[in-house]
Design a binder for this molecule. Structure first.
Ligand SMILES: [Zn+2]
Length: 195
């Protein structure tokens, strides 16, 4: 199957999934609606020296949310992080690196040109030091990176995490390639496209 087509199908399936899940959960929700502070309010009201234990951040992603989302947790977290990244007020690559640093998510290196996007994340807060599970797991980070790069480039960005601490690597890496399709999508033959 064509890789481009599959990636776009994954995006639209994820969107349908997110909408359906919201409806299903709404059916079982308590009557009294919750009103949450928005991203801007949270960022303005939280001091940089207010920190949460890394264990809490990791439990949220790898235990608490998967408790209800099951194997869909990864794609759902990716989509949610990607959408909400638009509210973070990040408008440059330097801004993205600074944001990761400020949130202590890890040290980010971003290469972006007409042909590809290649992002390396060192000492990722989500996984650094955890047991290697054999699969990539950094969907929050991938979602934020792709979302912000979409805003900056004005085109679709759908990377794949090709290296991860959880796979046994020392860094996490997210990559996508420009091609005949619009945007940057992961391509197995990104460095040597088979034309
Ligand atoms: Zn990772």
């Amino acid at each position: 199957m064509d890789m481009t087509l599959r990636s776009q199908e994954e995006v639209s399936l994820a969107t349908v999934f997110a909408r359906t899940l919201r409806s299903v959960i709404a059916l079982t929700a308590a009557q009294d609606r919750r009103v949450y502070p928005d991203s801007g309010e949270i960022l303005r009201a939280s001091r940089d020296d207010e920190t949460a234990p890394a264990a809490l951040v990791r439990l949220l992603q790898f235990s608490i949310l998967p408790e209800i989302l099951g194997e869909s947790a990864g794609p759902a977290i990716y989509l949610a992080a990607k959408r909400s990244s638009r509210d973070l007020g990040i408008s440059s690559i330097q801004g993205l690196k600074d944001w990761f640093s400020r949130m202590r998510l890890g040290e980010l290196e971003v290469e972006l040109d007409e042909e590809r996007v290649l992002v390396k994340l060192t000492r990722a807060l989500s996984v650094d030091g955890l047991p290697r599970t054999g699969t990539p797991v950094c969907d929050v980070e991938r979602g934020i990176i792709d979302g912000v790069l979409e805003d900056i480039t004005g085109t679709e960005v759908l990377t794949k995490e090709t290296l991860c601490w959880s796979l046994g690597d020392t860094v996490c890496q997210f990559e996508g390639y420009a091609g005949r399709q619009a945007g940057y999508l992961y391509n197995e033959n990104g460095f040597n496209p088979a034309e």
